[in-house]
Design a protein around this ligand. Structure first.
Ligand code: DLL
Length: 432
């Protein structure tokens, strides 16, 4: 058994996990009160002092933090230790407003890398593995996080970063990589490139650890088939360190949240009310061991469900479902809520690739949705009538899934830009 499977933690009883959480939460609230004036003010506004928080049962009393707070407090306002204690920053890839900058002490980095190591072990990784890290390195957390986790497990780590697909394939084949870490959209692109280059029989991959963006079960099946691997999901966000907050085990039915470091809640995104287990809502995290960026009740905007059903892998930590999209990714088209992941499901079910683009516009005061998808070679036809028929089939399937009409345009193969990191699928012209 690899050294980063930590059964005493990962299979601890519910009582034990709660005991850790109670103790660490109380300590963390005091730390924040003493060192983060921005949050102390928020507590004071609610008439709270650290004494009001005696354990997890009191968590609901604490104020939320949101991305808007992070932007308000930019850059140093939520930092919990002096700069001299910080050893690194990472930052979000956000395209609007101010970037979010997260700080790390060495201890924070150590714990984060432990979490990523757990994810690698859960995907079957041992020190005999060759891990190709094709997430971006730099301000993005994906590369550094999985890199650190891979080191901890003792794997041979290939710090590829994203992009340069030809070089990725060369190292993957020459060094016989066994575990691939990248975004699911880049994994799909790599699978496509491997097939085109006729390299399938030179690939030694057994597993992939894919996250940082929403991906459907259908996309998982496509990637697993294309690369001949088992594909595991991994979740996290810059604000909570990065990848490794939650990760999948062999059961592949949701991701175990590292509850010794994070307390997860599901809330109603409209009212902020805490919802019971099994409800779908917005995921909120309280980091109970982080020093430099100790966020309490941080609203992720990711919509998912938590479950404590026993898992066949033996791990006891609560599981989160795949995020069903971010509340801010959700499109409202003609008053109907549409998640890109629903469209992806339909396209893949109909035998199309996960490479698609959504163009949303407003014409004569009415919203329009157009879905661009690439022609598949096995469906290729010179007859315009055949293509129209295919488009009609997709329109009908999308109508059933979404309840609204979406125009479909089948475009030439390879005409939609491939993604090497997080895919950009939505062009919302209403916002331009
Ligand atoms: O994406 C951290 C990460 C890197 C996670 C590598 C997994 C692997 P951010 O750039 O701050 O951090 O983006 C965080 O990405 O709130 C989700 O909306 C989305 N996200 C992350 N993982 C998943 C996933 C990294 N497995 C935001 N499924 C989060 C769906 C995901 N969405």
């Amino acid at each position: 058994m690899a050294n980063y499977y930590q059964p005493e933690i990962e299979t601890a009883s519910r009582e034990q996990i709660l005991a850790w959480q109670n103790e660490r939460l109380v300590k963390q609230v005091q730390h924040v009160w003493d060192n983060v004036p921005y949050y102390r003010r928020k507590m004071e506004e609610k008439g709270l002092t650290p004494d009001d928080i005696q354990g997890v049962d009191d968590l609901h009393k604490l104020p939320f933090l949101s991305k808007a707070d992070l932007r308000d407090a930019y850059p140093y306002g939520l930092k919990g230790v002096p700069l001299s204690e910080c050893v690194r920053i990472h930052s979000t890839s956000g395209t609007t407003g101010r970037r979010v900058v997260a700080f790390y002490t060495q201890h924070d980095i150590d714990l984060w890398e432990d979490c990523c190591a757990r994810a690698i072990v859960a995907a079957g990784g041992t020190k005999d593995d060759v891990v190709q890290v094709a997430y971006g390195y730099g301000l993005f957390t994906g590369g550094s996080g999985l890199h650190g986790g891979s080191h901890r497990v003792g794997c041979l780590t290939l710090p590829m970063s994203s992009g340069n697909t030809e070089r990725q394939l060369q190292f993957m084949t020459d060094l016989e990589a066994t575990i691939l870490c990248c975004t699911p959209s880049y994994a799909a692109y790599l699978a496509e490139s491997i097939q085109e280059a006729g390299l399938s029989d030179k690939i030694k991959l057994k597993a992939g650890i894919f996250g940082a963006e929403a991906w459907s079960e259908e996309m998982r099946r496509d990637i697993e088939k294309g690369l001949g691997i088992k594909a595991y999901d991994i979740y996290g966000l810059t604000e909570t360190s990065g990848p490794g907050v939650a990760y999948e085990c062999c059961e592949q039915t949701g991701m175990h949240i590292n509850e010794d470091h994070f307390i997860a809640e599901i809330i109603d995104p409209e009212t902020g009310e805490v919802l019971p287990e099994g409800s779908k809502g917005e995921l909120v995290f309280t980091a109970i061991t982080k020093e430099a960026f100790p966020l309490l009740r941080y609203r992720t905007r990711d919509i998912c469900v938590l479950t404590r059903k026993p898992c066949s892998c033996g791990r006891t930590h609560v599981k989160m479902s795949k995020p069903m999209g971010r509340s801010d990714d959700m499109l409202i088209i003609k008053g109907v809520n549409v998640f890109p992941s629903q469209i992806e499901t339909v396209l893949l079910e109909q035998g199309y690739p996960a490479n698609y683009q959504l163009i949303v516009d407003r014409v004569n005061h009415s919203d329009t949705l157009e879905v661009l998808v690439e022609m598949q070679l096995n469906k290729f036809s010179d007859s315009l009538a055949d293509i129209h028929n295919e488009e009609k089939k997709l329109i009908a399937a999308l109508k059933t899934m979404l309840g609204i009409y979406a125009k479909v345009r089948i475009v030439s193969p390879k005409s939609i830009t491939r993604s090497e990191g997080k895919a950009v699928r939505i062009i919302d012209k209403r916002k331009i």
